[in-house]
Design a protein around this ligand. Sequence first.
Ligand code: SF4
Length: 329
Amino acid sequence: MCKECFYWAFETEIHFTIVKAKLFEKGDYVAIGASGGKDSTVLAYVMKTLNERYDYGLKLVLLSIDEGITGYRDDSLETVKRNRDQYGLPLKILSYQDLYGWTMDQIVETVGRKNNCTFCGVFRRQALDRGAMQLGVDKIVTGHNADDIAETIVMNILRGDVARLQRCTNISTSSEQSPTPAESDASVIPRSKPFKYTYEKEIVMYAYFKKLDYFSTECIYSPNAYRGHARTYIKDLEKIRPMAILDIIHSGEHLKFNESVKEKMPVQGKCTRCGYISSMEVCKACLLLEGLNKGLPKLGVGKSSKVKRAVMSNAPTSAKSSDKTKLDF
Ligand code: SF4
């Protein structure tokens, strides 16, 4: 394929994915999760291009989360700010420091390098929702690509995490995670992945030939060891047979779960602490935060009932003041 035909095929496939899955409605206000990395930079560029080419009628905004990682996120946010100017899209940045009272640098100093991504991932997910709620958007899109989804499927299989396995192939979270009307104040804004069927290699090629301005350095606290193994495995498979990535997604989409497993699926409710959607009485972010603030960071990791007892107790905090336990809406 020549360059021009590659651009056309790349963009049109994403357009077909968006249309087939009915990801948007005319007039939707959509936040693009923007990290400055290749995936989200290409996503912002392609969303803007398709919105104009096919008249989706969307209002787009960039939404970034500043985890507080010196030498990584501060630099990548500079890229997002340039993208804001290059694409003429507004940008909102929310920081862990403001939302949780902790930066990732401080968390890593406290918990070490083993479980840092657990804290970071849980906090980021909530932070994106909180930013989206503040903006009043209807939907969020993220740059997760086919390789990411295949990795997640493999990881969930290896972990036996059936609940996540059922959810991780969905292109949009709207159907399976929307709360009931009674819980609407805890609502999670629908999230979708327009790159669900787009290979990472194509995204890199597109960004490279289009000369898009993106940040390519890895997080200084990466890799997440477990995902790293899944990633290596998927990349090895891809070398032998590139279709393996889409085939894993196809298999994940068509798995059938027996009724007895389905019955054990957690019921979504609201966190009694912060009001965020949660299948537990206290959401994972509040548990992790409480562990940090009590100077017992490891208690927030894992599923042990000991964790819950320690967190729910009124024991005095030993490391950080308790004013950090309440999440900022
Ligand atoms: Fe956060 Fe881990 Fe990703 Fe770094 S690698 S941004 S610490 S989740």
